[in-house]
Structures are given as C-alpha cells and as structure tokens.
Write a protein that binds this ligand. Sequence first.
Ligand code: GTP
Ligand code: MG
Length: 200
Amino acid sequence: MEITTAEFTLSAPNVSMCPNDDKPEYAFIGRSNVGKSSLINMICRNKKLAKTSATPGKTLLINHFIINREWYLVDLPGYGYAKRSKTEIKKLEQMIHGYILQREQLTNVFVLVDIRHEPQKIDLDFINWLGQSQIPFTIIFTKADKLSVSKAQANVAAYKRKLEETWEELPPIFVTSSESRQGRDEILNYIDSINKSMIG
Ligand code: GTP
Ligand code: MG
C-alpha cells in the first residue's frame, strides 16, 4: 500500500469529541518522547503533519489524521513523563484509557517502545492492561538507528523473553527508525492486510 493523502482531521480532548466517522483507526501510544508523532510523520512522509519535540510531553490531545481518505492514524499523548502534576497525569490517563476502551473504530493499538532500554515496568503494565482489556495491539520498537544492528536484535530478543514470562503468544513486533525509515513498509503492509480483512 502507498499513501497518497495524509490530512490532519482534528484534535480532541476526549473520546466523545473524536471524528464522527466509522473508518478504521490505528493508534500510537507509548512513553512521552518515544517517537509516536515522528513515526506518524515518517509513515506519511510529511515531517510537519504531527507535532514533534525533543522535550517530552508535546502531544496532549487525541489527534486524528485521515490516510487516503479511508482510514485514520491516531497520535495520542505519551504516558510516564515525570515532570507532570498528579492532576495532569490523571487527566491524560483518562483521555488515553477512555479513547482505547470506548472508541469502537479503534482497530489496532501500536505500543511504541524505545529499543535502547531494558523492559520498563510502565510499558509492561500498559501492555498487560491492553491484553487484559482484550485490545488488539502490536509492539513497535523505535529509534533503531541509535543502536548497532546486533545490539538492537539483542534488545528485541530480551524484550520477547520478558513478555514470554507473562504471555503465551507474542503480539506482532516491528523494528523502526523515523530517521532511516526502517519498518515503514512492514507497518503499512500490516495495516493494509487488516483493512482488507475487514472489507472481505
Ligand atoms: P510526546 O508527544 O511528547 O509523547 O512524544 P512523542 O512520542 O510523540 O515523540 P516525538 O515524535 O515528538 O519525538 C521525540 C524526540 O525523539 C524528537 O527529538 C525526535 O526527533 C526523536 N526521535 C523520534 N523518533 C526517532 C528515531 O527513530 N530516531 C532518532 N534518532 N530520533 C527519533
Ligand atoms: Mg507526540
């Protein structure tokens, strides 16, 4: 699949303000600064589509982008940013959880994980919560350009071992870089196959 159009639709503060449309949606979630917005821009080949920042906590709303006028990519705020007030953490958590649990159009959640780090409790907790909530999800490792190929492979293998402690079956896993565009075709093919399976 190739992307012919990628347009910003709207930013919503909660699930009830999201677009009134029944097209399939693919959402990106993960720690603040993991590279959610950058990955959406990389996939769409448009550096200005989603707002990115070197400082964590940039995305604060549910942002919808319509692709090929057929399906949506959804950029969510990150979790786990230490410099937030308790009230702000609570508000964002409600926004993210409300969207994920209530949005019927949500077809798959991509959980982004920085490939450089060992498995972090906050991500594992979030992944477990998705599983328990029966939300279909996929894991995307980001920033692969920051490691050697062998170190990246070793970290992915270690992450899989950690997940296998809890899960019998592992979700699909993609390794990406928004700098080198690694993983772009794999993600687009994956989305395309799901879209096609829903029509057929
Ligand atoms: P929040 O919206 O704050 O939750 O962050 P985010 O997950 O959307 O991260 P964002 O895309 O804004 O990127 C954060 C920083 O990481 C920026 O400085 C990006 O340039 C950088 N970055 C993102 N992806 C990559 C990548 O694949 N490789 C490298 N080297 N840097 C990346
Ligand atoms: Mg962002």
